[in-house]
Every structure is written in structure tokens, then in C-alpha cells.
Design a protein. Sequence first.
Lengths: 212, 481
Amino acid sequence: MNEYESLTQAVIKGDIQLAVSETRKYVDAGADVQSILDKGLIAAMDTVGENFSTGRIFVPQMLRSAKTMQECMNIIKPLFQEGDVTTKGTVVIGTVKGDLHDIGKNLVSMMLEGAGFAITDLGVDVPPDKFVQKAQEVGADVVGMSALLSITMPGMPATIEALTASGLKEKVKVIVGGAPVTEKYANEIDADGYAPDAATAVVEVKKLLGIS
Amino acid sequence: MAFSDILTFQPRLKVLSSDQAWAIHNAALEILDRIGFKMEHGYAHRMLLDAGCRSAGDYWLKMPSYLVEDALKSAPRQIILYDQLGRKAMSLTNGNSFYGTGSDTTFTLDLETGERRRCVLQDTANFARLVDGLDNLSFVMSMGNPEDVPVTEDIYVYAFAEMIRNANKPIVFIADSGRDIVKIHRIASAVAGGEAALAEKPFLLNYSEAISPLRFPDYVVEKLIFCARKKIPICLPSGSNCGGGAPVTLAGAMAMGIAENLVGLVVHQLSGRGSPFLFGPNVSTLDMKSTVVSYGCPEWSLTQAALADMRDEIYGLPIWSFAGASDSKVMDAQAGAEAMFSIVTSMLCRANLIHDVGYLEYGSTSSLEMVTMANELVAMSRFFVNGIPVNEETLALDAIERVAKGEAGSMFLMDDHTFEHFMQAQFLPVLLDRTRYDAWLSSGARDLYKRCNAEAKRILAEHHVEPKPDDVLKEVAAVLG
């Protein structure tokens, strides 16, 4: 039995109030914050992800769990020493230049965050150099790009070229997605990964980074 | 009363009470007046401020309801679309329903192999030609998002050119922005015999989308103003789907989608008073497991029936809607069920311009077979909606007397009344199979998908589309460069 079982269950249920009070309880009792994060929160989100993938819960339930986790993170984050918190990886994500659609991209962000990744969300209409600059700045492991319109898809290869030109392409994994994007297209533009939906995006990012 | 005086009741679906309709409308007005909207187009922003909107900072504006009332008064209540030969084709007004295809699918089901593959320009040509040859479909859309266009930024111009070359029915077209719509307008003007002739007898309608919630980017408003000024009919639905672009509850999603449409209408009427504007948002649902926007859900059919009620109660403008589509990946029983559900309900509620016929996979895949099947489902629905004519001829008491009291062997099947009336009295299916089992078996035991495949191939091979004059084709080539 997980020592943080009550917290884990509260996150799985999406009970923000209970999860926050449980987190405070463990913190006040002097529990190690990294272990609250790993064994309490991320463990919960692993279950949530599993429940979602197998169709036992719906998107709003999954997102409520992610939100619950974020509220708990707000409590324990200040307790980590600077640079001390370990994440599964750093992801820079955005909708490519010319495209203003963000629902899909936001879903991917939330799910990756829930899975324990540090996310830098650049928003929409993101030009290639902004992806490059931010990826450099935060030391990104993954750059994620989204496009809803076929006419804005060329923003993806343009960004990949910019990453190559700056020497970053070899250091980061590029993942793409969005309604008109296909696996074939991802291969053609030399992206490292492709995901047709948010849940698969998490699986794909983990795969790209060699995380089980 | 003579029998011939009895009007035929035509079944009509109503899903909202007057109170419900006004409450949704008032909520839309409240959204605009209290929450506002983000107008990123500089010229439109200034125009709206001059007209009486209030600035709410960072491109946001709030709109008083009198601007909406003014725009509703000046927009025409009927939009007439002509075909490409200048003949009246679609009177978009209360009571009339017209069906056509959709746009922008990424994939299509290959007619030869059945394989799901990326769309190419030839697919747009095929869909245009097929629709041109199908009796119950009235307008053409690009259907595909072709991957083989020479210049990606002109993808919609190339698709438009294919439709010009392969159909003469009206076209509902997509453009990216104010840049490519000028090129499309140039081609269309050549087809119609000049810009003035095109404005007088438009054969095309633009489909553009605002971004939910309540956002009006530059490139969208450019098209809106262009169409208003050139008197090209346009619709501006947003993706106000339940739970994605809009609140998850149908009433709230409708209110927001309508609010977005009203902003479009106001900008449009301020830019070209009296120019034609087709009303209506796309209020589908975001599937809560897959996060796709559903094309087979009952919600979208319900919200567009509700919109039709609001049209009748409040707006008076013709409306935009969808039907004949499915979330299924193949043309199976699910596809048939979902397609029929939306086709018959959209007709029962008298939606006016009904697109997306032939979509599979929540709008990601198109299918010529699906379009062919939907053509027959539209005919089936039309038969139903036409109702039961009741008069001396149809009550047929004479025929009853002749057969019942006639010589031995008298039967209705032999009676002149049957011979004279059966073609109108009955729905005569072409593709929906009613053959006896043995006949079905010996003719190859083909299911509906296979029969639609054969029919689509036949039409593509046999249907003649009157080609455009050489000077028009030259202009098309010149615009494509």
C-alpha cells in the first residue's frame, strides 16, 4: 500500500480540496517533497492516464485530476531547492506560425504536465525562431508543434530547419500533431515523433526520451 | 370542400419553444454586451467603435444589441445561388433545403482499392464531377485537402479551379485569407462573365470560420469584408462545439456560437449593407474520450434544428448546417445510421444550406461511396417530408371499387390507377436493395458500399460536364500562374 494512498486517491478522483489538505498534512508531518511528488502525485496521474487510455474515464475527469495535481504542486513547489525538483523532461510546445488554434495543444500540455514533464507553452502563432530561442533557454528535451490548418503546416518543417541551423535538432526530440498532420508527413519533415491525440502524445514523448 | 382544396401537410420538426429561442438569443446579446469579443482586424475594430461598440482593451470590444438588430434588418432574408451557367439553382430561404459535400478532409477512401490515403487534386475533381451528376445534391465543395498542389499557400485556389473544371453546380468554397480569395474571385468573375455579373448572379458562397471562443483574427475578417463588398454570399460559423470551443451544455454553446455569428453579421452589414450572409454556427460536440469533434452525434442535429426554430422565431435569415456525415472509419452500418439521422432531421427542420455530405471519420476522410449513398438518403428523406397528398385521385375510391367489385382476377397491380400513379406515390430506391434473396445472391451479393462504389464509378465515367469556354480556362491557368 502506497504511503500516500489518501492523496493518490484524492488526485484520481479529482477532489481538489481533499488533495490539497492531504498534501499539507504530509508536508506538515515532514514528508520528503520529492517522494510526495513521485509516490503521491505522479503515481496518481499514472493511474489516471491508464484509466483514460482504457476508456474508464473521460477527458474532463482526467483534466480535473491534472488540475488537482497542479494545486498540490503549488504547495510543494516552494519547498524544493532551486533546480532540485526532478521532472521526467522539459517540453517546449506551441501552435506553429500563422495558426491560432490551441485546444489540442493545450490538452497535450496538460497531459504531459500531469505525467510529470515540465512544460513551457509558447501559445499560438509561434514563429520558428521563438521555438529555437525558448528550447535553448530552458534546455528542452522535446519540442512539440501543433497545427490545425494544412496551410499552416509548413511552419513545422520551417521550425525543424531553424532547430537544425541552430544545432539544436540533434539535442532535442521533435514531436508534431494536429488534425491535418499524419505520420507520413512527420517522417517527411524529419520529425522524431507523431501523435494523433493527446494521450498518445504522452506515450510518444516517453518513448522518445526512453522513459518506460 | 373539394378534395383538391386540401393542402398537403409537410412534416416539420420543432425542438424549441418560443421562450427557449428568445432566451438563447438574449444570452447571445448579453455575451456581446457584457463579455465582448476579440476583434483583431484593425479596420473592422475601428468601424465597430464608430458604429457604437465600446472598447474593452487589447482588441476586445463590447457590442450594444441595437447593432445586431440593425444588421438583422438589412441582411437579405433570401439568398439565391445560381449555377455556373447562370441558371437559378438554390433559393436559400425558409422551407428549402439543399445538400452538398464538405471541404478539407485529409484523407479519402480510394475508389479502386478502398484504401484510406491522402487526398490529391484529382479527388477534388472527382467529388465535384460526382456531385454534379447526382440529382439530390445541389452544390459542390472541395472535399479534400490535396497534398499535390504546386504552391501550398494557393491550395484553395487550386481546389477551386478543379471544381470549376469539373462541375457546373454552385460552389461553396474555402479561402485562407484576403490574399487567395482575390484569386478565387478573379476565376469566378471569369466564369460569370465579369465581376458585376458575378455579384448579380453569384454561383459561389464562401465558408469561413471565426475562432471560438469569440475571437476574430485578421485573416478571417479580411475575407468577410471582401465578400460583403463584392456581394459574394458568405457564412461565418465558428467551431463552437460543446466542451471544446464552447461550454459543454447545448444552450450555452448555441448562445456563444450565435453571438460569434452576430459579430460576423454586424461587421458584414457595416461593410456591405444588404450583402448576403448565411447564418449559423457549427454546434457539435467534442467527444469526451477521443476529443474529436463528432459528425455523427445527435447533438449537432439537435442544435441545428434549434437554430432553424430561432430562424423562424427571430432571425429570418437562411441558415447553414451539416448532414450526411459519420464518425465511422468505413462506410458501414454506423455510417449509414449517422448519415440518415442528420439528413432526415436537417430536412425536417428545414435547414437551408446543408454541407459535409460524404464525410467519414469525423470529417478527416471523404468517400465517394458515402456521397453516393447520401444522395439516395436525401431522396428518401425528401419523399418523407413531402407528406401525403390527399385528394380524389390519391384516395382512389374508384380504383377500390373497380378492383373490389370487379371480375375475378381484378387486382390493383393491373389497374390503370396504379400505372398512372406509382412513380409519384412510391419512393423508388436505386441503391437501397430490395431484390429477392436469390437475385441479390446471383448478382454478386454486394453490400451497399460495393453498390455505391459501382454507381460512383459509373457516374464518373458517364456524367458529362459542359466544359467551360476556352477564355475562362485560360484565365484559370493565368491565375494559377
